[in-house]
Every structure is written in structure tokens, then in C-alpha cells.
Write a new protein. Sequence first.
Length: 223
Amino acid sequence: MQCLSSTLVRTESRPVYDFSFEESEDLHAATQDAQLALEEAEFQRNAVNLIERYGRIDEWTASHGNVYSISALACMQQLVERGLVTARTADFLHYSRVGNADGVRLQAFRCMVELDLLRLPQLARYMLYSLQTEASPYMRTRLWRVFCEALGRLALGKSSASSLSLQAQRQQQDALLIEADAGSDARVRELKRTQTVAGALAAVRDELAANETVKEGLKGILT
């Protein structure tokens, strides 16, 4: 499944070079391109359906470590990040419910974090409530780590929609630093949040200053 999703993600439209000047040849090339696009769209639909079907196998016969469900969730996250599949929050919530295997629940929460779905107040409240009411010490520890990952993404300003690599981001930030004016406080803070621990902590405080949902949830956990 992971190989299949990686193939879909890495597949890029190939440029078509047409050096003919005959109208009939142009029409024939356009027809071939349209047919190829239809075949690729059909292959993508079949691949997504296959991943979803394998992801449901564990609901009937559990595999070792629920590897089918965990792999399917990771694949769907990858496809959603690249815009190949619409983000369906209900699918991830379904696997994060109490009663599912611990590994499946953790993977579902981790996918929601990676897709920035926990920026939604309702989902943030749901995760904090799950953390507060979890009976298993193991799951509480693991859920807390996932929540800390969400805070880390918030501190660094990461977004799943970004297609820049870390190296490209650093190069872009260096270019912005050179071009920035000396009095540009916003640009300086943006650079500090990704390059210093103090800047990241300050960014988290700023992001959560007006977030009453997270504040109330943390109070319930810590008290």
C-alpha cells in the first residue's frame, strides 16, 4: 500500500512537445493526451479504493499489529497532503475511537496532527478529552507525545500544505533575512521561531494566547 501511494504521489504530468503543424496530427495528439489523462485518473481511483479496502480488513479479521489499518491511514495521510484525496476527517476520527487497537488510535491521531486538523477547535477539544479520560497509562503517554508533536508543528509554523523541503525553507529564510529591513520585527520573529528554542516557545505562547479550547483542556489534564 505504501509503495502504491508513493507511486501516486511521485507521479508527475509529463510535458508534451508537439512539433507538428498539421491540424489532423494536432487533433490526434490532443486525443491521445485526453485518453492518457482518463487512464491515469481511473488508475488513481482504483488505487485509492484498493487502499481503503485493505484498511477495512482489520475490522473483520485483525492482522498482526493491525498493520493493514495503520498502513492505510499513513497512505491516506500522504495522499491528502498532496491533494490527491479530499481530507475526510470522519475517517480518521473513526479509527481514533476508544475500542480500536492502541496502535491504530495513535496512528489516527498522528495523521490528524500531520494534516493540521487539530487546528480546528472541535478536534483539539476531542484529543484533549481523549487524553484526559484515557484509562491506559501507556496510551496517555503516547497521546501526550502526539499532542507535543502538534505543539511543535505549531511552534515551527509547519503546514501540511507546504511542499518545500527543509533545506529549501532554510534557503528561503536566509534570503528573506538578507532582504529584510532592520526594523522588520515580523520577519525576525519568523526566523527565530525556526532557529532558536526561545523563539519557538514564544511562538507557541502567541499562538495559544487566545486559544481557550486548549487552555481549558490542559487545565483539565493537569488538575
